[in-house]
Design a protein around this ligand. Structure first.
Ligand code: ATP
Length: 641
């Protein structure tokens, strides 16, 4: 049954912060206060004045004023003064109505004391009532053995509080004894304000995920046909594609308790904690079934277990994973508990975790398409004050490869830029600047670049631009800039065509475009610079994937050494022989060299246009589409984005 409603997400450990929950320490405080009170009372209680031995001897004994002495513990003498002496002027400090003792003093040597008294009696004939008493200082002796214990207990309580998970970070409650309890956050009905409306695009995914909600609401609809309700749904996809957002939408609409935890929260430095937390989480979820458990970043614990024990140091993680496997598919059935998990490393997950019966449904989220990007833009521009010139279609077209999180970032960045420019509304230009910033980083106009370097950079960027303009399969060029941004000194903005597959010609044109910068440097200056590092890295990787993964090399043939399971990452051996490795290296080298020669030829043919663009960049810093058309003419091969 669902629990009572709870307006705010609460830590699920049910820890109470009521004063009664802290009664042991309160008890201690009270005890301590009582003891201290008694001690103060005891010490203040004896208000008798302490005098010196000589005053006692000369003034009191000498005048025969003393009628009684109590010797306490053979150390202290309490002196009682006769009432007629009290009335005299000798003892103004003592109230004559006071019963006594009136004075005290330390005896020092008992023998000496007694001799003095005897001598006094002999000479004056004044007899003094002398009594010896033993008194125990209860408060003092109790304090002497309770105080150290109380101090130790105090230090212990202090340490326990400090060791509380989240202590000092404003985190949830719990103490050291709760270390094995799961730290999952519990979202009750209505406690998540995200709905499926906030998740733009991802239509197919939403249908799948919505079904999970339906399973829990109307299980009989499925079970009466003999169908079993799926136990687990795994969301796999690149970062920022909305996995966590989807889970939050499920939490908002499922109307059942929703336990959310991150994979890394299971594992602590103590051995056995992970497994114990998994047990605790499933126990709570079962008690509150129907319910949903959401484990974000499950790859933190769900990585495939190693075969070679010596190479795998993290036993604790494996124990945690084993416990999850057992809980999801153990003897006890988890009726009404559905586990949702998210990861961006589906390839590294343990196969046992992925098999049907555990995560029956695996949902792949991809980077949003153009239509989806528009939908995401619509969601995130809703709260913005927008001017009429904003065209979400164009923005969606100009943000290929952006994830949902990137788009959310662009929208926010555009609003911040508009605010910085003291505008009333966010304009299209702000969006363009925000996109540039997200793609290429912050403009660094203050970066000091010499004239010579600037010339090289301008020709380098003009080289990319010229190559892309005249290559049939290259992406559409939008603008070129030599303003330093982020780590780059200049950049060319393209509108990539969103293909699902690429052929050799398309790959080759991309490689030639990337080599355009270096080729331009060679043609114009006769020497090359280090400025092509990024390009060369991209080109080399691309060439290797063509040869070793996509089977696009004639010599190597239709062979791919790609490993979708990700296990080859852990192995130290290459899946091919030394001889094959050599062939791969040679073929990659040949491929890049061919592309480079082709680019050189192309740029030589269009050298004057290249130089014209470089000059424009040197004067204006940025060249837009119109400038490019003016220099190169309309691009005949341009493909509609
Ligand atoms: P990671 O794998 O890095 O955890 P994720 O896939 O879980 O990433 P989310 O945290 O769900 O990503 O998304 C980050 C942010 O991106 C969201 O808070 C949201 O603002 C935005 N976002 C992502 N996808 C979408 C979408 N489809 N619709 C609306 N906003 C989205």
């Amino acid at each position: 049954m669902a629990n009572q409603t709870n307006p705010k997400p609460q830590p699920s450990d049910g820890k109470s912060n009521s004063p009664s929950g802290r009664s042991p320490s309160w008890l201690l405080y009270i005890l301590l206060a009582l003891l201290l009170g008694q001690a103060i009372f005891y010490f203040n209680g004896s208000q008798t004045e302490e005098i010196s031995w000589s005053r006692f001897k000369q003034e009191m004994l000498g005048n025969g004023d003393v009628y009684k002495i109590d010797v306490i513990n053979q150390q202290k003498a309490e002196v009682y003064i006769k009432s007629e002496a009290l009335n005299s002027s000798r003892y103004p400090e003592v109230d004559s109505s006071q019963a006594g003792p009136h004075f005290t003093f330390n005896i020092g040597s008992l023998d000496n004391f007694q001799e003095t008294l005897d001598a006094n009696q002999e000479t004056t004939g004044n007899s003094i009532d002398l009594a010896f008493q033993e008194r125990t200082d209860w408060v003092g002796s109790i304090l002497s053995w309770t105080l150290p214990i109380l101090i130790i207990i105090g230090i212990w309580i202090f340490i326990l509080r400090r060791m509380r998970p989240g202590a000092g970070m404003g985190g949830g409650g719990g103490n050291i004894f709760d270390i094995g309890k799961s730290k999952a956050k519990l979202f009750e009905k209505g406690s998540s304000d995200v709905t499926f409306k906030d998740v733009a695009g991802l239509e197919e995914v939403k249908v799948e995920v919505k079904e999970v909600v339906d399973f829990l609401k109307n299980p009989s609809r499925y079970t009466k046909l003999g169908a079993k309700i799926p136990k687990g749904v795994l969301l796999v996809g690149p970062p920022g594609t909305g996995k966590t957002l989807l889970a939050r939408a499920v939490a908002g609409q499922a109307e059942v308790p929703f336990y959310s935890i991150s994979g890394s929260e299971f594992v602590e430095m103590f051995v056995g904690v992970g497994a114990s937390r998994v047990r605790d989480l499933f126990k709570k979820a079962k008690q509150n079934s129907p319910s949903i458990i959401f484990i974000d970043e499950i790859d933190a614990i769900g990585r495939s277990r190693g075969k070679n024990a010596a190479m795998q140091a993290n036993d604790e993680r494996e124990n945690t994973l084993n416990q999850i496997l057992t809980e999801m598919d153990g003897f006890g059935t988890n009726t009404g508990v559905i586990v949702m998990a998210a990861t961006n490393r589906g390839d590294v997950l343990d196969r046992a975790l992925l098999r049907p019966g555990r995560f029956d449904r695996q949902i792949y989220l991809e980077l949003p398409t153009r239509t989806e990007r528009k939908a995401i833009l619509e969601v995130h521009t809703k709260p913005l004050a927008m001017s009429d010139d904003i065209d979400l279609d164009t923005l969606a077209a100009q943000t290929p490869g952006f994830s949902g999180a990137d788009i959310a970032n662009v929208c926010n960045e555009a609003a911040l830029i508009a605010a910085r420019r003291s505008k009333e509304q966010v304009e299209m230009k702000d969006f363009y600047d925000a996109t540039d910033r997200v793609i290429a980083g912050l403009e660094k106009k203050s970066k000091i670049i010499s004239e010579g370097e600037k010339k090289v950079i301008a020709h380098h960027e003009a080289g990319h631009a010229t190559a892309s303009w005249f290559l049939k399969h290259a992406d559409n060029l939008l603008k070129v800039s030599v303003v330093p941004r982020g780590r780059s000194l200049g950049a060319a903005w393209y509108l990539p065509q969103e293909h699902v597959i690429y052929n050799t010609d398309q790959f080759m044109d991309r490689i030639c475009t990337a080599l355009g910068g270096r080729a331009a440097e060679e043609i114009i200056f006769g020497k090359v610079s280090s400025g092509a590092l990024d390009d060369l890295e991209k080109v080399t990787k691309q060439a290797y994937t063509m040869v070793a993964y996509y089977g696009l090399n004639e010599k190597l043939g239709n062979i791919s050494y790609y490993d979708s399971t990700g296990q080859s990452e852990q192995s130290l051996q290459k899946p091919y022989s030394e001889a094959t490795a050599q062939v791969i290296d040679e073929e990659v080298h040949k491929l890049v060299e061919t592309a480079y020669q082709r680019t050189l030829n192309l740029l030589r043919d269009h050298r004057s246009q290249l130089e014209e663009l470089a000059q424009l960049l040197l004067t204006k810093e940025v060249a837009f589409k119109d400038d490019l058309v003016a220099i190169f003419g309309e691009r005949t091969q341009e493909v509609e984005a």
